[in-house]
Design a protein around this ligand. Sequence first.
Ligand code: CP
Length: 308
Amino acid sequence: MSNLSVDHLLGIKYLNSKDLKLIFETANHFKEVINRKIKKVPSLRDVTIANLFFENSTRTKISFELAQKRLSADVINFSSSASSVSKGETLIDTVNNILSMKVDMVVIRHPSPGASVFLSNNVNSCIINAGDGTHEHPTQALLDAYSVKEKIGDLKNKKILIVGDILHSRVALSNIYAYQKLGANVTVCGPKSLIPKYIESLNVKVETDLLKALKWCDAVNMLRIQNERMSESYFPSIREYVQQFGLNKQIVDSLNKEIIIMHPGPINRGVEITSEVADSDQAIILDQVENGVAIRMAVMYLLASKLY
Ligand code: CP
């Protein structure tokens, strides 16, 4: 069997296009499994996985846990608010204590960019990044690209648009790496204040006219404004943001073509996207969530095969 080129999943940046292909092929198999009446396989029996969430999560946390249970892994869940981190314990000490109980793999979400890379350099375990600050959210990008591919096939030369708060979004950076490694062209759109200066060095185009950008694309990923990562105001008011960068039915209808509409969640309905669009047939938001379980099963299965 072919294998991943990496021992951890720290970011899409560290994967190659063969890795992406292998993850997608493996996810195809697991998607078929989780749609059976009996959804569980013994693939990770005797593997113990710790889910360490130092930041809130609904989709990613449940999706990883469900994926682990479908693979028959033993699962422990850690949340920082109920742990000894509040008593001053370091991240390395916390993880090493958990690992000493014979844990094989660590899934970590952390508010600090680089937390998963830091851990992989300092503890002896397989590390999976479930989102680290404004840096990367690799399994989100994998499930996003897998979901678009499912709808429109090979992504080579396809046009992908990412709209919103690019500056504070880990989804944006992981998406850019993933789509480019799959041969797609990427444009970002949003207020100039929310587009990082380095973005053009990644071979990404910048557009501030939403309608023009939408007319160009095959698929759009609408991102939330990450208020929790902002210490100052980046645009005059939410009302003006919605007027310029919110996706509504009138705009979608004016395109005279079908585009795929994505959102990683959580959605702020009526801000970056209206309910009418989020709940429309063109939106694949719940397909993304469904595919997340198969993608995470594939990632953990492939990494577990490198453990021993
Ligand atoms: N998409 C995403 O990461 O959602 P959660 O923050 O709910 O996990």
